[in-house]
Write a protein that binds this ligand. Structure first.
Ligand code: CDP
Length: 241
């Protein structure tokens, strides 16, 4: 049987999570932000193992130049544990029993998350958590990320790949944080997003790319409500019953 999953992939700050949350809410489904799990693992690593290079006995992460104790990362995630907890139809990230939705959005985590997410063993562990979460849900789950339609749920009946221009994505990310936006900040944020997109799209394991059967949705000129409307229209067409 095909999983009851709507897969929403796309680059950083393309509106995946906001779209996924609203689509899930309208359908009465749950929302799972897979990036939150990669971020929670990254937070756990930074808090417990420190910056890469601080430990000897570590393995190089291909393409990053940095080093992380690869075997220890999954063991740490298991032990603490890092996990997803379903709270009112939203899968929230927890580390050692504490909700970490806020600290995982810090710059400290954002700077390192793509390195952690490039590690094959970490991806395998995260994928197991996602599949268990979906299997255990009685209705269906809207999952957003980078490889949901290609690797994690290749049989998902509904797949969307969201994009938006780099400038618009930078503007949205800064607006999310609040405060005034000046051109310098905008340029710096666009550069940061571009670096992360490049790392995510060029890594050897599960690189970010649209699934062959995904609807490509450029949201540069459309608002959140319209994005949600288009995803729901596709879902009504593709989902059985
Ligand atoms: O919200 P934002 O677009 O900034 O990113 P996110 O969805 O929170 O994801 C953070 C990072 O996790 C990404 O830059 C990827 O490196 C990684 N990620 C991934 O590799 N695969 C996923 N399915 C989701 C996130």
């Amino acid at each position: 049987m095909r999983p009851r999953v709507i897969a929403i992939d796309g680059p950083a700050a393309s509106g995946k999570s906001s779209t996924a949350a609203l689509v899930a809410h309208r359908l009465g489904w749950a929302h799972l932000d897979s990036g939150a799990l990669y971020r929670a693992v990254t937070l756990a690593v930074l808090d417990n193992l420190g910056e890469p290079g601080a430990l000897k006995e570590s393995l190089a992460v291909p393409g990053s130049g940095a080093t992380w104790p690869v075997q220890q990362i999954v063991a740490l995630a298991e032990e603490l544990p890092v996990r997803l907890v379903l709270v009112r139809d939203v899968f929230r990230p927890e580390v050692a029993g504490v909700d970490v939705e806020e600290p995982i959005r810090s710059d400290r985590v954002t700077r390192r998350v793509s390195e952690i997410a490039a590690i094959r063993e970490v991806r395998h562990w995260v994928n197991v958590q996602q599949r268990e979460a979906v299997l255990g849900h009685p209705r269906g789950v809207v999952v957003d990320g980078r490889d949901i339609g290609t690797v994690v749920f290749p049989d998902a009946p509904v797949k969307v790949f969201l994009t938006a221009s780099p400038a618009e994505r930078a503007r949205r990310r800064l607006a999310q944080r609040g405060g005034r936006i000046d051109p310098d900040q905008l340029r710096r944020e666009a550069e940061t997003l571009a670096a992360r997109d490049h790392a995510d799209a060029t890594r050897p394991v599960a690189p970010m790319k649209p699934a062959a059967d995904a609807l490509l949705l450029d949201t540069t000129q459309i608002d959140l409500e319209e994005q949600v409307r288009q995803v729901l229209a596709l879902a009504r067409e593709k989902l059985p019953g």
